[in-house]
Design a protein around this ligand. Structure first.
Ligand code: SF4
Ligand code: SF4
Length: 405
């Protein structure tokens, strides 16, 4: 696509990056076929090609409107369009740039500003944990809309105490330790069973929440803080930085790109990305050991929902399903597995109607073969699906840990 960037952006790093991305788009429209919001709304401007066109106009100096902002807001950032695109258009990065410009030019109504600010500061605040525990204690009394965001409290079990020569860093995110502490404990136990010790730095947000709410500067503060907190462990020789929430993993893998112009952090961020591994990248190497430990205990009918941040963001596809099969589970087929479940970070709060439609469509597909359990790999998807599922929804590492114990 030909572009003529406006003076305000053309000589900036964002302008140059955006121009390169837009030029790659050949306007073929293949991506619209796999876009969840286009499928629901049937409007070209609610599909990737239309959104690219809107961003291109803004980059060329056309003043955005509230309608431009709405079409960009409705995007889930699922990046299914990137997986489909034959030209390698990095839509997610273009959207970040486009949304950032529109955010500066269009003032949101007061209600939206309050909600977005509450999400940005509330989810990443130290008070989130106590608030979640209070919510869990009175969960049955909460209105349905709030109860859906508060998972039932489950015992996390005991954290392993053994020391091993092999060490990996397990960063604890902002919401997962209080919403579902069993995921981190299960990760530590599974790695302990493989004679790997996990080291946990103080819990902090990976930066994704603020980044996706268009507060890029505040997100970078969190990104740099994490690099500072993790770097001594990198220098001490940890083998890997383990990610058990694919949304956080996708964000951390962007650190090198986000800090590429910062001489104090660029090299450290590059090294951190090099070490970052989702569980799906770590555990297949131990499949034989795990299978021997499991015996026939894993013979269960499971279905796996691959989060967008795993399959489209990190391009890790079919790996968990294959590992589960190797471990003895019957992995049931899933229709429309490329489609987002509607969780998408804070999307379920900001776009509740679209989010609910996608959740219900996803649950219908997940329940089709009557699995014993629904497995996934991201706290957001797990909580969102569990809010209306008739079948238990778990992180796949929790399932594996339960079978090992
Ligand atoms: S990121 Fe997802 S919702 Fe957004 S345009 Fe691409 S496919 Fe559609
Ligand atoms: S599939 Fe790729 S090249 Fe084709 S319209 Fe979509 S983004 Fe552009």
């Amino acid at each position: 696509m030909r572009t003529q960037l406006a003076d305000f952006i053309k000589d900036t790093p964002e302008g140059k990056e955006a121009e390169e991305i837009v030029r790659r788009c050949v306007h073929c429209g293949f991506c619209t076929a796999t876009c969840p919001t286009y499928q629901l709304l049937g409007d070209e401007l609610d599909g990737p090609r239309g959104r690219i066109y809107l961003i291109k106009q803004v980059l060329e100096g056309v003043e955005p409107t509230a309608s431009t902002q709405l079409h960009l807001d409705r995007c889930l950032t699922c990046r299914a369009c990137e997986t489909t695109c034959p030209s390698g258009v990095q839509y997610g990065r273009l959207l970040d740039i486009g949304r950032g410009i529109v955010e500066e030019k269009i003032e949101r109504p007061v209600g939206e500003r309050v909600t977005r600010s509450a999400l940005k500061h509330g989810l990443t605040s130290r008070m989130f944990g106590p608030a979640m525990r209070t919510g869990q204690a009175v969960r049955s009394l909460l209105p349905e809309s709030i109860r859906a965001k508060v998972p039932e409290r489950r015992d996390a079990g005991v954290w392993p105490r053994r020391s091993h020569a092999r060490k990996m860093l397990l960063p604890l995110g902002c919401v997962q330790p209080s919403m579902s502490p069993g995921i981190d404990a299960a990760t530590a136990r599974v790695l302990d069973a493989l004679e790997i010790e996990v080291i946990t730095p103080p819990a902090s947000c990976c930066g994704a929440i603020k980044h996706h709410l268009n507060d890029h500067d505040a997100a970078l503060v969190e990104v740099r803080r994490n690099v500072d907190a993790w770097w001594p462990h990198v220098e001490a020789g940890v083998e890997a930085i383990v990610m058990n929430a694919s949304g956080c993993g996708a964000m951390v893998k962007e650190y090198a790109h986000l800090l590429r112009h910062d001489p104090a952090y660029a090299e450290k961020a590059r090294r951190i990305v090099e070490l970052t591994r989702d569980l799906a990248e770590l555990l297949p190497a131990h499949a034989t050991t795990l299978a021997n430990k499991l015996g026939s205990r894993s013979a269960e009918r499971v279905v796996f929902h691959p989060p967008c941040t795993l399959q489209h963001g990190q391009k890790i596809r079919g790996v968990v399903e294959q590992l589960l099969r190797t471990l003895g589970a019957e992995v049931l087929p899933l229709a429309e597995s490329h489609l987002c479940c509607g969780s998408a970070g804070t999307y379920s709060v900001l776009q509740p109607e679209l989010s609910k439609q996608l959740r219900d469509r996803k649950l219908e597909a997940l329940h089709a073969q009557q699995p014993d359990v629904i497995l996934s790999a991201n706290i957001g998807c797990i909580t969102h699906l569990a809010s209306a599922a008739q079948t238990p929804v778990r992180h796949w590492v929790e399932w594996l840990d339960a079978k090992l114990s």
